[in-house]
Design a protein around this ligand. Structure first.
Ligand code: F6P
Length: 368
């Protein structure tokens, strides 16, 4: 029997509640006690009964479809410092927690991986300063951590889908379907900004699913002249063929060749000045992140929650912490440390505009 805690961290994503529910119920079903850490890493650093609460089967009733995360989340500065992680270690040991499931994006899982790596030295420091007993230091010598990936951005390497990405995509498509009707009525162009931070997955998939005329993503920058000419060529051609509306999707992280952001205003100006189109901007914002989880996310989050509990129950100190992923529709367990490293390498390559490297890193991952 173990004491398994679950927390959500980073930006909320639809399906996080389903994941928490699955972790809690699977832990109880397998004979362990289940806990929730409220308010992400902030709760871990603050500790105590307000933030670390035992959860029972009925506590998560009705959570399967609900959007957001009912146990709260935060982007926590203190946990980035060793002092914060030392306090978090103390709080977990004081609450008797010996396994932790973290549902979050790449930043949150990077933090989890660091915590896991530092854990033995944190325990040693707490023991030598007399904050925990020698018995506690032995009992809690290792912490089993498991990551599940919750983020609307779908920006984590080693998994085909992150929890929340398909719900967000559905929300974006629904919004663009609405925009289509009004655009079509007035023969207007709409420039729609979607989220995704440094990752163009949401923009690209929404573009395919809504038959957008043009898409800007961070992974494919072009010089100002090139994108202007290319976009105007395509949009102009569509209009000549009788299309009454134009939809251009701009990922929030879209950049041009000189690393300058491509904003919706830049795109609007070109559509107005060069094509004379009556153009409006719609920034979808946090509407993309809220709302209920689509069936895919409910199922993914539930399957991953079950797998996460089984992974921490099976884990031992010699195996690296797992991250539960989905690959070719199968729930798989991958080393968290590798997923975090690969995600960082891809992000760095994109930041350095080394797209060939970014693509080869991803190809290598898929050919493993
Ligand atoms: O990572 C999820 C995400 O929604 C990004 O797509 C977006 O850039 C960011 O979070 C917005 O963050 P905030 O919660 O600070 O508004």
């Amino acid at each position: 029997q173990r004491n398994i805690a679950v927390m959500t961290s980073g930006g909320d994503a639809p399906g996080m509640n389903a994941n928490v529910r699955a972790v809690i119920r699977t832990a109880i079903f397998r004979g362990s006690r289940a806990f929730a850490i409220y308010e992400g890493y902030t709760g871990l650093v603050r500790g105590g009964p307000e933030y670390i609460r035992e959860m029972h089967w009925h506590d998560v009733r009705g959570w399967l479809a609900e959007g957001g995360t009912n146990i709260g989340t935060a982007r926590c500065k203190e946990f980035r410092e060793r002092a914060g992680r030392l306090q978090a270690c103390f709080n977990l040991i004081s609450a008797g927690i010996d396994a932790l499931v973290v549902c979050g994006g790449d930043g949150s899982l990077t933090g989890a991986d660091l915590f896991r790596a530092e854990w033995p030295s944190l325990v040693e420091e707490l023991a030598s300063s007399g904050k925990i007993s020698a018995d506690q230091a032995t009992q809690y010598a290792t912490l089993n951590i498991c990551g599940t990936v919750g983020s609307i951005d779908n920006d984590m390497a080693s998994t085909d889908a992150t929890i929340g990405a398909y719900s967000s995509l559905a929300r974006i498509c629904q919004a663009i379907d609405y925009i289509d009707a009004t655009a079509n009525s007035h023969q207007r162009a709409f420039v729609v900004e979607v989220m995704g931070r440094h990752c163009g997955w949401l923009a690209l998939m929404a573009g395919i699913a809504t038959n957008a005329d043009y898409i800007f993503i961070p992974e494919k920058p072009a010089s100002k002249k090139d994108w202007e000419d290319h976009m105007c060529g395509i949009v102009g051609k569509h209009r000549k063929r009788g299309k009454r509306k134009t939809i251009v999707i701009v990922a929030e992280g879209a950049i041009s060749n000189d690393l300058k952001p491509i904003t919706c205003k830049d795109v609007l100006k070109v559509l107005v000045d060069r094509l004379g189109l009556d153009t409006r901007i719609t920034t979808l914002g946090h509407v993309q992140r809220g709302g209920t989880a689509v069936a895919y996310d409910r199922i993914l989050a539930t399957r991953q929650g079950v797998a996460a509990v089984d992974a921490v129950l099976a884990g031992n100190a010699d195996t690296p912490s797992p991250m539960i992923a989905v690959a070719e529709n199968k729930i798989v367990s991958r080393p968290l440390v590798d997923a975090v490293r690969l995600t960082k390498q891809v992000a760095e390559a994109i930041e350095n505009r080394d797209f060939a490297k970014a693509i080869s890193l991803r190809d290598a991952e898929f050919n493993e």
